[in-house]
Ligand binder design. Structure first.
Ligand SMILES: [Ca+2]
Ligand SMILES: [Ca+2]
Length: 492
């Protein structure tokens, strides 16, 4: 790090790729009560999470939350120890899963927020609904010959059989808009599969060189799932074709699976360290892996992801170290807000990066640390705000007074955060005054070929500091900057 250019380049990369907002907040959705034996969140939207809670009768109950443990709604349609139910997907006001109908077996189910609202999507036949997107539900049904990937639009009668010709069985695990994903099996081999509403639309996503594969979720043009190699699973990402498959298994991980996708992010689990399952987040490559494993849990996994204009949400579960009980979990994170504008160097030194910090509005309390922000040739800059609220953006580039501008990231990005610098502050205090003037006079006509150009005096000031416009010489231009801005005072 002796080379300052290398040092600055490193800081720039860090500040651009790892904004300091990246802090996930963990919420335990696990319902309270001594009769609760375990819980898992399988799906999340912005407002709701779904999953399973095991109660004292040791049967799974389909569950709905709205962001807190206390919001738990039991969707199980039968009382006592009759049947069992599981909820796997949520979208808007709809939840899907399965219900064990007494003396009939497991049927695909659709709810609208209450146990009583449940609709049987496979009356008289075995079935499970694994995902919902708007008006569409997907899963599997055994309404005809064997297990077939199925698509519904709210009623049993709407069933569309997605099983491709020649497949011995198939299941659909994910749906997004008009796309469905899952697998189709021929003989013993499961192939990750993509459909667009019909059996004939089937696309084989199975990547060459892998033993078998399954797609578990879809979001827009992206599909995720698992691909098996050497007898273990690797998390995988596709963008519509078998050839597009990306192996997401992190370096050092013995096994991994991707259960959820939202936009360009993928979530799932990776087996790391002492063969322990860790909730995982990726953004398109194995190298992008982020370990979401929370303290206080032995194992954890992430099942789905969603985002609205304010936050990102990841559902999952972890085994509580203290109790040994599996608990439904929700990770949330505010989306970054961008502050952008133009820097007017006002005749002073033109910089291609400026060091800024955010403060709580009207205070000196730093938020998010120092940030080095690139400035382009037009003076434009853009920086992620560390939090979403009223803030001050403050900076004091070399030779200038401190500038502090008000920014508001509470409702959205904050453009037009223009910064007008005031050069002439050679002794870096709050005012341009006689001490600055004296520096220019003392060093007048010195230039960068002077052997003492960068030698510090008793106060740490160099002759080069009086070169306010950075052209390599202290001359009339620098003198005029001090005189012009004489008596100007900096911001707090
Ligand atoms: Ca000064
Ligand atoms: Ca100069």
């Amino acid at each position: 790090m002796n080379n300052p250019k290398v040092c600055i380049a490193t800081i720039l990369i860090l500040s651009l790729t790892a904004p300091s907002h990246a802090v996930w907040t963990l919420v335990r959705l696990h319902p309270s009560g001594s009769n609760i034996r375990g819980s898992v969140a399988f799906g999340t939207s912005a407002a709701n999470q779904v999953g399973v809670t095991t109660v004292a009768d040791v049967r799974p109950h389909a569950s709905l939350w709205s962001g807190t443990s206390g919001s738990w709604v039991d969707l199980h349609p039968f009382g006592g120890s009759i049947g069992g139910s599981e909820a796997y997907g949520v979208s808007g006001t709809s939840q899907v899963g399965s219900v064990g109908v007494p003396e009939q077996g497991t049927h695909a189910a659709l709810w609208a927020g209450t146990a009583a609202s449940w609709v049987d999507l496979t009356p008289g036949a075995h079935g499970v609904a694994y995902a919902v997107s708007g008006a569409h539900q997907v899963g599997m049904a055994e309404t005809g010959s064997g297990t077939h990937a199925s698509l519904w639009t709210g009623t049993a009668a709407s069933l569309v059989d997605l099983n491709p010709g020649g497949a011995t069985e198939s299941v659909a695990f994910g749906v997004s808009g008009t796309s469905q994903v899952g697998y189709a099996a021929t003989v013993d081999w499961a192939h990750a599969s993509l459909w667009s509403g019909t059996s004939a639309s089937w696309v084989d996503l199975h990547p060459a060189g892998y033993e078998w594969s399954m797609a578990l979720a879809v979001s827009g043009p992206y599909q995720v799932g698992k691909i098996r190699v050497g007898g273990v699973f690797h998390a995988s990402l596709w963008s519509g074709t078998a050839a597009s498959c990306v192996d997401l298994n992190p370096a050092g991980s013995t096994e991994s699976l991707a259960y959820g996708v939202f936009g360009t992010n993928q979530v799932g689990e990776s087996w790391v360290g002492n063969n322990s399952k860790h909730a995982s987040l990726w953004s398109g490559t194995a190298a992008s892996w982020v370990d979401l494993h929370p303290p206080g849990f032995n194992t954890s996994y992430a099942t789905s992801m969603w985002a609205d204009s304010l936050n990102e949400y990841i559902s999952g579960a972890g085994t509580n170290t203290m109790t040994g009980i599996e608990e439904a979990l929700l990770w949330t994170q505010p989306l970054p807000r961008t502050v952008s504008g133009h820097v007017n160097f006002a005749g002073g030194r033109v910089l291609n990066a400026i060091e800024v910090q955010f403060r709580e509005a009207g205070t000196l309390t730093n938020v998010g640390g120092q940030m080095i922000v690139p400035v382009d040739a037009n003076g434009s800059y853009e920086v992620f705000a560390p939090v979403r609220r009223l803030l001050d953006l403050t900076l004091m580039p070399k030779g200038c007074l401190r500038r502090t501008i008000y920014v508001n990231t509470s409702t959205g990005d904050f453009p037009n955060a223009d910064i007008n610098l005031v050069p002439g502050n050679i002794l870096p205090d709050y005012v341009i005054d006689l001490s600055d003037y004296t520096q220019v006079i003392t060093h007048f006509n010195k230039n960068s070929s002077n052997p003492n150009w960068n030698s510090q005096d008793f106060y740490g000031i160099r002759p080069s500091d009086s070169d306010l416009n950075g052209d390599g010489v202290v001359d009339l231009t620098d003198y005029i900057l001090v005189v012009t801005n004489f008596n100007a005072v900096g911001d707090n």
